[in-house]
Design a protein around this ligand. Sequence first.
Ligand code: C2E
Ligand code: CA
Ligand code: CA
Length: 279
Amino acid sequence: SKRRGRNGWQAFTPELAERQLQRLQLETHLRRAVYNDEFHLVYQPQVDMRSGLLIGTEALIRWRNRSLGEMRPDRFIDHAESTGDIVGIGRWVLHEACRQLRDWRDQGLALDRIAVNVSYRQFLSEDLILSVREALDQSGLPGHMLELEFTERVLIEDAPETRHAFDELRAMGVSLSIDDFGEGYSALNYLRRLPIHGLKLSQLFIQGVPGNQSDVAVCQAVNGIANSLGLQMIAEGVENEEQREFLLQLGIEIGQGFLFAPGLPPEQLLQRYANGKTT
Ligand code: C2E
Ligand code: CA
Ligand code: CA
C-alpha cells in the first residue's frame, strides 16, 4: 500500500520505484544534454496584429534525446530547475538565441528583438549576468535587442541577488518583461519599484475573450495598468480572429500565438518574414 508513514516517509511500492527510476533517467540524460548538443530552439513570432509585421520573436527550447524522444519544456524545465542544470541550459539558450538573431540580421531579416525565457534559479545565480554579457559580446548585438522574460516569482521573492541582476541587466540595456502576467499574485507593488519594460498578458485570460466577462475584465484591467505605467503590452496565445479584434480594440497591438504562427525553426521564420513579408 502507498501509505505515508508517521515519520513522513513513504512505503516502497513498485509504482513509486518506477516513477523514481524515470525521474532518475530523465535527470541523468538532462545532465549531459548540453554537452551532447541535444537542445534546439524554435522561435515564435511576435507580430503587429494590425499589419502582421514581425516585431520580435520568443525563443522556445526543445530537447531531442535518443532514448527519451522529443520533449517540450514542460517535461524537463522543472527538473532542470531543481537539479541546477537550468543554469548551464540557460547559458546555452542565451548564446544560441543571440547567435541566431545575428545570423538572421546578416541574412537581411529586419528584426531587432529576441526574447529569452529565464527561470527563477537563473536569476539567483551570478552566471546569468556573465552569460548575458558573453552572449551579447560574441554575437555583437547591442543589449536593447535582447529581452528577458521571467515570472512573477522572481519579483515576489525579491532576493538581493535578483535586485542586483536587474540593475546589471538594465545597465547593459537589456529589456525585462514579466511572463504569464496576471496568473500570479496581486502584489503589484513591484511594478513601481523595479525597472520593468513590458507585460505579457497570460494566455489563460486570452482564451476566454471576447465571450467570457471576467476574462474581458482582467484583460481590460491589465491593459489599464500597463498604460498608466507606460509599459509595453504583448498578448500571448492569440488563437483566433475574434481574440485579435478584441485585443486591437482594447489598444493592445502586439500579439503572439497560433493565429500568426507557432514556434518556427529559424529557416522557416526567415522564409516567412523576409523582406517585410507578413504571411
Ligand atoms: P511560455 O514562456 O509562456 O511560452 C509560451 C508557450 O505557449 C509555448 O509553449 C508556446 O508554444 C505556447 N503557445 C504559443 N502560442 C500559443 C497559442 O496560441 N495557444 C496555445 N495554447 N499555446 C501557445 P512551450 O514552447 O511548450 O513552452 C512552455 C514553457 O516552457 C514556456 O511557457 C516557458 O515558461 C518554458 N520555456 C520555454 N523555453 C524555455 C527556455 O529556454 N528557458 C526556460 N527557463 N524556460 C523555457
Ligand atoms: Ca515566455
Ligand atoms: Ca508566457
